[in-house]
Design a protein around this ligand. Structure first.
Ligand code: ATP
Length: 229
């Protein structure tokens, strides 16, 4: 599903965000991505969605080398990826329905299909019946779930979440993690970037850890971190 081979990223100002990162997230796998602030988590997610490009190395998504994608092909790749942001990125002046429907409108679905899929996605996140609300009328956790409904409404093969529980209390954070588990059980690959090590410890998933742009797997973190520090 996601393959990184010796991937490095240096931003135009000279800041090295990733250093020779190697990992493979298999289809149907769920994993965490952790690391200190500035470790490179968001950069890694941006390379997957081709918001940024690798300076060196190879990124392949679903077997496609993203370096070979033309600008016109990038939206097709992104259709298979649902993206969840910490600050939800909701359109505050639109209704919940309009926010969740957005990816389907862009893809040109019929209004009947849009209604059906939006209702299904809102049901899944426990917000059925709130279609006509505006995000300001919802709690932080509910707004986050609108963002999740929007990310899953077109049934993407891969779900990426950047600090999805950053603003939420422990109970809501756990609810959202359980929702990710349900999606993963139905075959969606899930990669979750988070600072919340307590949450990571409670869930028994593979954990990729970035430290100053270098990637370590949890089971070998201590030995490897000692070797670089
Ligand atoms: N557009 C950019 N231009 C220049 N440097 C950048 C850019 N985006 C990120 N960086 C730098 O790259 C490094 C990694 O940033 P990144 O946002 O990937 O980290 P992060 O692990 O997601 O951090 P946080 O947890 O604070 O969001 C940081 O040193 C950051 O300052």
């Amino acid at each position: 599903m996601i393959l990184f081979e010796q991937v490095s990223k240096v931003y135009p100002g000279g800041q090295q965000a990733l250093k020779k990162v190697d990992f493979h997230l298999k289809q149907g796998e769920m994993a965490f991505l952790t690391g200190h602030s500035g470790a490179g988590k968001s950069t890694l997610l941006k390379l997957i969605t081709v918001i940024e490009r690798a300076s060196t190395g190879r990124v392949a998504i679903n077997g496609f080398d993203v370096a070979k994608l033309t600008p016109k092909q990038i939206p097709y790749l992104r259709r298979n990826i649902g993206m969840i942001f910490q600050d939800h990125n909701l359109l505050m002046e639109k209704t919940v329905f309009d926010n969740v429907a957005l990816p389907l409108i862009i893809e040109g679905y019929s209004i009947g299909e849009i209604r059906k899929r939006v209702a299904g996605a809102l049901d899944m996140v426990g917000l059925f019946g709130k279609e006509r609300h505006q995000p300001v009328m919802l709690s932080g956790g509910e707004q986050q779930r609108v963002g999740i409904a929007r990310a899953i409404v077109n049934k993407p093969a891969l779900l990426l979440a950047d600090e999805p529980t950053g603003n939420l209390d422990p109970k809501l954070s756990m609810d959202i993690m359980q929702l990710f588990e349900v999606l993963n059980d139905s075959g969606t690959s899930v990669l979750i970037a988070t600072h919340d090590l307590g949450l990571v410890a409670r869930m028994k998933y593979r954990t990729l850890t970035l430290k100053q742009g270098q990637l370590f797997e949890l089971r070998r973190t201590i030995a490897q971190e000692e070797s670089v520090s």
